[in-house]
Design a protein around this ligand. Structure first.
Ligand code: FMN
Length: 363
């Protein structure tokens, strides 16, 4: 309970904003908008920004800037923000990712991180001529990817002989500035995703969910990590709608849903069947998502950070109490709402955290 909860925002480097809806979104995927947003975010108390990797998409996200490139551009435009570059094993090899990110880390005083994305979009892989692996095989490859990445970043004369990757006496120079290495995030909710996180990842990112749903994941992952002698932090996605009154916030959500683009949402819904629902146990991301949930493409409404600043702050502290270390946030009008969040919600979160600490000290 002692570490303040951290905040990240989704970099809108993909067109169409973070909801698949025709509602007005004063958010742009262009670089000027994104540079300014990154500056607002670091001033507003956000510690991380997460870029998205997409080569193709048909759910309103038709245009996309590449994630490593935009991550570097945002790092160059900021001073303290850490930017997490999303990388897909398949198109990327660990050799390329290790080299690219080591260089960026050198250029940006050690502020880059990586999100290893295992993939859910078969159509995208087919379009770019990449083989599509089964659900759990994708995670087996991602785990080798992470093990190789850590080896390259921390060792000289690195050798590795896996099923997917091989290295022979390789020494990366220069290595990243960050010690022991840039932070490694991963996304996913399935058992394979959790098992991988409990062995090799620094951070586990999951889709939005209720406090109970998140608690079940956190308990599972922490127990498994402890058994492996590993520790892993947890980040949860949330689409935040903070307004002066709860009615206003609820009305915004209702309008987002009412103006959802059914064709795009259903198209996305059928593609994600290649993700969580395709895991052997059927527990992964989107396995149980309804049409309304899918309007925010990482189930961000489920986390229910929708209401007044106080309601939202209380729910964030409740998530922290079940073991969440970071809130990954999306907004309708990013620049305006990141600023509002920093002014009106974040100070309340810090107050509530202090109150909780004080009450623990008295008890
Ligand atoms: C926070 C977060 C960020 C993600 N970012 C991307 C991304 O940028 N590109 C992508 O193709 N998939 C992304 N994913 C998808 C995951 O890598 C994974 O394929 C998906 O969550 C399904 O995992 P599961 O079957 O283990 O639940 C992201 C997932 C989460 C939770």
């Amino acid at each position: 309970m002692s570490q303040p909860i951290k905040f990240a925002y989704w970099v809108p480097n993909v067109s169409g904003g973070l909801v698949v809806s025709k509602i007005e979104q004063r958010t742009s995927w262009d670089i000027d908008y994104n540079r300014k947003l990154a500056q607002i975010a670091e001033r507003s108390g956000f510690e991380y920004a997460l870029s998205q990797i997409r080569f193709t998409a048909g759910y309103g996200a038709d245009n996309q800037h590449e994630s490593v490139t935009i991550s570097h551009a945002l790092l160059a435009a900021t001073e303290t923000l850490k930017v997490i570059a999303a990388i897909l094993p398949g198109p990327w090899t660990p050799a390329l990712a290790a080299k690219q990110l080591a260089t960026i880390d050198q250029f940006t005083a050690g502020r880059v991180a990586i999100n290893v994305v295992s993939g859910w979009f078969k159509g995208e892989f087919r379009a770019i001529g990449e083989p599509w692996l089964d659900h759990d095989e994708r995670y087996r490859r991602s785990e080798e990817f992470i093990r190789a990445l850590k080896g390259i970043w921390t060792q000289d004369n690195f050798s590795f002989h896996g099923d997917f990757y091989r290295f022979n006496d390789y020494t990366l120079k220069p290595k990243p500035l960050q010690q022991p290495h840039p932070e490694i995030f991963q996304g996913g909710s399935s058992r394979a995703a959790r098992d991988m996180a409990s062995r090799v990842s620094d951070w586990y990112f999951t889709n939005g969910n209720s406090v109970e749903g998140i608690k079940a994941q956190v308990d599972d992952i922490r127990a498994k990590a402890a058994a492996n002698g590993h520790s892993v932090k947890v980040g949860v996605n949330a689409f935040i709608i903070a307004r002066d009154t709860e009615e206003e916030a609820r009305a915004v959500l209702a309008e987002i849903i009412a103006k959802a683009d059914p064709e795009a949402v259903n198209g996305f819904g059928s593609e994600v069947k290649n993700a969580g629902a395709a895991s052997p146990e059927g527990e992964g991301n989107w396995a149980k998502s309804t049409f309304e949930d899918l309007v925010q493409y990482n189930d961000g409404f489920k986390t229910n950070l929708i209401g007044t600043p106080r309601q939202i702050a209380e729910r964030i502290v409740a998530l922290k109490a079940v073991g969440v270390d970071l809130i990954l946030s999306g907004f309708l009008h990013f620049q305006e709402e990141v600023e509002y969040f920093g002014k009106h919600v974040l100070p309340l979160v810090r107050e509530l955290e202090q109150e909780k600490l004080a009450s623990l000290a008295v008890a």
